[in-house]
Design a protein around this ligand. Structure first.
Ligand code: ATP
Ligand code: MG
Length: 255
């Protein structure tokens, strides 16, 4: 008998289209509480679009999305606050506010959520910077940080509200392999030490094999393959082979 697993995000028959571009064509996906899931697939295949449905930044034209048992498919924007407190997102590119220092960047979601107590804000910002191993960098401006540090500040901002799930859109892009490894350690630490469910979009297979408990591969707007990293690595499916062999040796963004 299959083991009962605790589903945190449930997507059923999700479709999305932009004009004539039918990007999602019936996505069925369960994300289990506490896992690190790698979301893979060709460029432009709809990975970023898919995860935006998990926090209501995009609404399906058909199908349903449930988070922690609650149907959020048509939840009005003003009621999405609690969902976005549970699931935070590290956007593709990291996107810090250049005119705000590190502390102000990390504090941003707290202020948005209406936290007013300055002591509390500073305490939580320091705690988040501690988690990403950047203590004492509060006053630095983003322009004075390395690419890897900027990514870590973006990660601190993603965890400052103590989410139970974090979505990472290409957290390794633009980083050298060593700095990428640091990000992997942080992602895994969040899962192991802070019980966070991780969904990681990446083209870095090295990271996938290091941190993922499960691999989900998208193709033509659907989930094409779903299984363990080991099964993914040794799969004989021609699509998967193509992806694995095409990515090995070279980093996607260097090609
Ligand atoms: N807001 C939008 N309006 C119109 N088209 C969009 C929008 N967002 C995404 N698309 C289109 O949807 C398709 C899927 O985009 P998406 O960003 O999800 O791809 P991806 O799998 O994340 O690719 P990559 O690996 O390059 O990041 C693309 O054709 C893109 O141009
Ligand atoms: Mg993307």
């Amino acid at each position: 008998m299959a083991e009962e697993r605790d589903v945190f995000i449930e997507m059923r028959g999700v479709h999305q289209r932009f004009g004539r571009n039918h990007v999602l064509r019936g996505v069925d996906l369960d994300v289990y509480r506490g896992e690190t899931m790698a979301l893979l697939g060709g460029s432009g295949g709809g990975k970023s679009v898919l995860i935006k449905h998990m926090v209501g930044l995009l609404r399906p034209i058909k199908g349903t999305v449930k988070v922690d048992g609650e149907d959020i498919t048509n939840l009005p924007e003003r009621k999405l606050g609690p969902v976005r407190k549970k699931i935070s997102m590290m956007f593709q590119g990291g996107a810090l506010f250049d005119s705000l220092n590190v502390a102000q960047n990390v504090a941003f979601p707290l202020r948005e959520a209406g936290v007013k107590d300055e002591k509390e804000i500073i305490r939580r910002v320091e705690e988040a910077l501690e988690i990403v191993r950047l203590p004492g960098q509060l006053a630095k401006m983003p322009a004075d940080l390395s690419g890897g540090m900027r990514k870590r500040v973006a990660l601190a901002r993603a965890v400052v509200e103590k989410p139970c799930c974090v979505l990472y859109d290409e957290p390794h892009a633009g980083l050298d392999p060593v700095t990428g490894d640091t990000i992997d350690h942080l992602i895994k630490d969040l899962q192991v030490e802070h019980d966070i469910t991780n969904i990681v979009i990446t083209h870095e297979l090295r990271s996938v094999f290091r941190i993922a408990d499960r691999v989900v591969f998208m193709k033509e707007g659907r989930i094409y393959w779903d299984g363990s990293p080991e099964a993914f690595r040794t799969s004989e499916d021609p699509e998967i082979r193509n992806f694995v062999e095409g990515s090995s040796g070279t980093r996607w963004e260097d090609r």
